[in-house]
Design a protein around this ligand. Structure first.
Ligand SMILES: [Zn+2]
Ligand SMILES: [Zn+2]
Ligand SMILES: [Zn+2]
Length: 292
């Protein structure tokens, strides 16, 4: 039986993640759906919060809470709308964690609760699978985390070479530059074998309508990688972001083709994937970062 419609998340998200094939091309379930990152090989990543410290707010956190304050003393998420303040300086976003005395539905806890908006997978001519939302999304809405296997840098470099040859790559590399400016934490997430809705989000040369943020939950040293809308997005518009090295203060990211159509071109022995974003800013090729 052909799988042309169903729940892509296979019950692993709190809400359904429906997919619908319009072209009659079967949904290729060639990866394991995970709601959050796993360690290499698929076991649950330990996001534990040992020696947890946190705020002593009662029930709800407001501006002034020690968790997630920006340079103006404002909470990273607006306490009423629960949306990211996209105007803030690009610090790592902080959420309340296990050591905080506030309630689990505090406005400073979004990414840790997973996807709550009605995302859908659908097919776009020439691009393959894509992601959209069935409701309007105001600027700063949390969309989803980028889930996959957390890899060591050695392993991610080896896989990059392999994927580069195949012309398909779900490897996302981010660098969090520390305060000193000289040290950085490198985060390698591969959504090839384990992933979530984010692995289907396509690239757009104009920067798209999503922005990536690193989100640290409680005192856990390892941040999550999360997508928020960078502007208002009408219902049923494709959700996209810029894979390459567009300026994101404090964050360096690289990601390559996730195009299932696998169109590639050989230039100087290097495989380059064709970009189908269709925006006036389109360069014709998906960005690739050989430095990863
Ligand atoms: Zn608080
Ligand atoms: Zn809180
Ligand atoms: Zn807190």
């Amino acid at each position: 039986m052909k799988r042309l419609a169903g729940d892509s998340a296979a019950g692993r998200e709190k809400i359904l993640l429906p997919y619908t094939s319009r072209s009659g091309i079967e949904y290729a379930e060639n990866f394991t759906y995970v709601a959050t990152c796993v360690t290499s090989g698929g076991s649950q990543a330990d996001f534990g919060d040992l020696f947890a410290t946190g705020c002593d707010c009662e029930k709800e956190c407001f501006d002034g809470c020690i968790c997630g304050r920006d340079q103006h003393g404002l909470a990273h998420y607006h306490p009423v709308t629960r949306r990211l303040r996209t105007s803030r300086c690009s610090y790592v976003v902080r959420e309340c964690g296990a050591g905080c005395s506030c309630a689990s539905d505090c406005s400073s806890r979004l990414v840790q609760h997973g996807i709550t908006i009605p995302l859908q997978l659908y097919q776009v001519e020439g691009k393959g699978w894509a992601v959209r939302c069935a409701s309007d999304l105001p600027e700063g809405t949390f969309v989803c985390e980028y889930a996959g296997e957390l890899l060591s840098t050695v392993e991610s470099r080896a896989r990059f070479v392999e994927y580069d040859r195949k012309g398909s790559n779900f490897l996302l590399v981010l660098r969090e530059v520390m305060g000193s400016g000289s040290a950085s934490l490198r985060i390698n997430i591969d959504a090839t074998y384990y992933g979530n809705a984010a692995r289907f989000i396509n690239h757009s040369c104009d920067g798209g309508n999503l922005q990536i943020e690193l989100v640290r939950i409680g005192s856990n040293p390892l941040p999550r990688v999360a997508f928020f809308t960078s502007r208002g997005v009408p219902a049923y518009s494709e959700l996209t972001f810029a894979y390459g090295d567009i300026p994101v203060p404090n964050v360096h990211k690289a990601h390559q083709s996730s195009n299932e159509n696998g169109e590639t071109n050989n230039t100087a022995g290097l495989s380059h994937a064709v970009c189908k974003c269709g925006t006036p800013a389109c360069s014709g090729w998906l960005p690739r970062d050989e430095s990863i």
